[in-house]
Design a protein around this ligand. Structure first.
Ligand SMILES: NC(=O)c1ccc[n+]([C@@H]2O[C@H](COP(=O)([O-])OP(=O)(O)OC[C@H]3O[C@@H](n4cnc5c(N)ncnc54)[C@H](O)[C@@H]3O)[C@@H](O)[C@H]2O)c1
Length: 339
């Protein structure tokens, strides 16, 4: 099969990873686009790819099958609309945006163009989560009543060598998708919604506690309602251990997922210990290669496995409700948030 021609717009921290991981699928010919010439020179040499400094010119001059948008969040929606108007499939980094403006029009542009549009909430291809979700969906333990999510990592240490210092990026400002809610919590909220349905309302407390050189929130406590299911999140972006634990509780048993131990387990009422399912170790690129393959599979007509625009729009409502709740110290319904 011919290689898919893929333009990566924005080749900073995550864009470089997409560039490498699309290449590693062996199914794509990649072009790197960024406004920073020095970065493009490094990436062109490191990965032996074509480069472009201007994404609109690149789209006008060359016919790409697909585009991956890895710029800050406030650029995602307008860029994705233009990309679809050019007849390309599009994979958009999370969060879909930092505002609801233009999202309906983006969905219309996708439908008009008859192209695939997906959002790169990468947890959708995490095998640990897929296995646990399949078990929860099997209904063996009955309906989920309560979920706890405890997660943290040292965000300043997570960025790769060529990437800009985090305090110089989107992260420093909520208007560009920055802060812990839009940057990190959104991943877990999006995946949670794929298990227990859309979030109805949130009560959120957040603060800047530690991460140097920025003032956006790096710590979040959030209580969510999904219908009659209660979900609690605690998250920070400064703790030393990179650890995430989710626990789903039903009347007859619990399901626990531990990212950092690559295992998920079940504990039936009456049991005396967890029954674990362990997965072999995998490096961080593995998930992104899987995501790239899932996107190419979808383009080639296989069932969609990635986050849809509709699901990402709902999670965008979650993000905005969380920010509004933190700012007002009141519970906010996701349907109430304005653009
Ligand atoms: N899925 C994940 O695990 C993950 C991880 C990190 C970041 N992200 C998301 O990806 C997006 C980018 O994050 P990042 O950490 O890579 O940011 P970054 O600042 O490291 O990279 C963004 C790049 O976009 C480029 N850019 C900006 N405007 C451009 C334009 N008009 N044309 C071409 N290039 C342009 C910048 O020069 C920069 O190199 C954000 O939405 C972020 O939330 C996702």
């Amino acid at each position: 099969m011919a290689l898919l021609s893929v333009l990566i717009i924005g080749c900073g921290s995550i864009g470089e990873r997409h560039l490498r991981c699309f290449q590693l699928t062996g199914r794509a010919q990649v072009t790197a686009c960024d406004t920073r010439p020095a970065l493009l020179a490094i990436l062109g040499q490191t990965y032996q790819v074509a480069t472009a400094a201007d994404w609109e010119q690149a789209l006008a001059q060359q016919s790409f099958d697909a585009v991956v948008i890895c710029t800050p969040a406030h650029l995602h929606v307008p860029m994705a609309r233009r990309v679809l108007q050019h007849g390309c499939h599009v994979l958009i980094e999370k969060p879909l945006s930092q505002s609801l403006a233009g999202v309906e029009e983006l969905r219309q542009a996708r439908d008009l163009a008859k192209r695939h549009a997906a959002v790169a909430y990468v947890l959708h291809v995490n095998p640990l989560l897929l296995q646990a979700r399949d078990f929860l969906r099997s209904g063996e333990f009955g309906p989920v009543r309560h979920v706890t999510v405890t997660t943290g990592q040292h965000f300043p240490s997570m960025r790769p060598a060529h990437a800009a210092h985090y305090a110089q990026t989107y992260y420093r400002d909520r208007k560009t998708g920055g802060g812990a809610i839009q940057d990190a919590l959104t991943h877990l909220a999006n995946w949670m919604e794929s298990v227990v349905g859309a979030t109805d309302s949130v009560l959120c407390d957040c603060s800047h506690q530690v991460v140097p050189d920025v003032t956006v929130e790096d710590t979040v406590n959030l209580s969510a309602r999904h219908g009659d299911i209660l979900v609690n999140y605690t998250l920070n972006q400064f703790q030393a251990p990179n650890e995430t634990t989710l626990q789903f509780n039903t009347a007859t048993g619990s399901v626990k997922i531990e990212f950092h131990r690559r295992r998920w387990g079940i504990f039936r009422l009456g049991d005396s210990r967890w029954n674990w399912h362990e997965l072999p170790p995998a490096d961080r690129d593995a998930l992104f290669i899987e995501q790239a393959n899932a996107f190419i599979d979808q383009i080639e007509g296989q069932p969609a496995r990635l986050c849809t625009l509709e699901a990402a729009q709902q999670t965008l409502r979650f993000n905005l409700a969380a920010l509004a709740s933190a700012d007002s110290s009141a519970r906010v319904h996701c349907t109430q948030v304005m653009a």
